[in-house]
Design a binder for this molecule. Structure first.
Ligand code: FAD
Length: 240
């Protein structure tokens, strides 16, 4: 029997699921809320487990070429003295991959290249799903609905589908504020192909190269204060 499915959400999970389905010969249509897919976001680390998934899908080499396969991950204190070093060779020997740092936009581009664009429907906000007879049906804000053999909900952290299916699931508040960015600069050789993360009381700062001359950085503070304020002043006070 020919199966036809629906994927809600064209984030990294939805796109990856769509590639896997396509490769299995299962027809899927993706429905994404956003009217356009923008190249947004800073960097992301693709851990060895994710890289193994991409390897099965035949695109791990593209992720490695588009990003930076890392050779070391190091936690340091505020004076850059090492607290922890991990041996990335051990991961490569065991799993075939280390962690790869890549721009989120590059990852999205690689995943999108694999997708049959005819199956990507933008500007479609799912508002709920329902079983009608034997078929699951997805309903959209524009009043339309689509029936399928199965539905994969990959609609992110605020997933309306999860809220519907698991109304008691609650998001954990970590009372943490995170700032992220991309800086165009050349790192010293010892900081290349590495994640460096510096820990201090209630704050963390980390960075890794996502491309030659392009550095993903993040600054994290444990706080209940979510006010936007003057970001540069606040970061200078915390980390300067
Ligand atoms: C600061 C930060 C750093 C992180 N760093 C890492 C990291 O280094 N490595 C790592 O593996 N993970 C990291 N993560 C986690 C990672 O970003 C998420 O796990 C990942 O983005 C989840 O992907 P997703 O496709 O499930 O959801 P999303 O990326 O959120 O995509 C969901 C998609 O669904 C769409 N959507 C939402 N609602 C609807 C709707 N009603 N109808 C239709 N479409 C809808 C959205 O527009 C979006 O395109 C980090 C997260 C944060 C916040």
């Amino acid at each position: 029997m020919k199966k036809e499915g629906i994927i809600i959400g064209a984030g990294m999970a939805g796109l990856t699921a769509a590639i896997a389905m396509q490769q299995l010969g299962i027809s899927v249509k993706i429905y994404e809320w956003a009217p356009t897919l923008e190249a947004v976001g800073a960097g992301i680390w693709m851990a060895p487990n994710a890289m193994q998934v991409f390897d099965r899908l035949g695109i791990a080499h593209k992720i490695n070429e588009g990003g930076v396969p890392l050779e070391k991950i190091q936690i340091v204190d505020r004076n850059m003295h090492p607290i922890l070093r991990t041996n990335q060779d051990a991961f490569r020997n065991r799993f075939g991959f280390t962690t790869t740092a890549i721009r989120r936009s590059s990852l999205q581009e690689i995943l999108l290249q694999e997708i049959n664009k005819e199956n990507l429907n933008l500007g479609k906000k799912c508002i709920g799903i329902e079983n009608i007879g034997d078929e699951p049906v997805a309903f959209f804000e524009d009043g339309s609905s689509v029936a399928a053999d199965f539905i994969i909900a990959a609609d992110g952290v605020h997933s309306p589908v999860r809220k519907q299916l698991f109304p008691k699931a609650i998001l954990r508040n970590k009372n943490t504020c995170c700032w992220r960015g991309i800086a165009l600069l050349q790192l010293r050789p010892e900081f290349k192909k590495a994640i460096i993360e510096s820990w201090d009381q209630g704050v963390r700062f980390g960075f890794s190269e996502v491309k030659d001359g392009m550095v993903d950085w993040f600054a994290v503070q444990r706080t209940k204060d979510k006010s936007k304020g003057h970001i540069k002043t606040r970061l200078n006070q915390l980390f300067g």
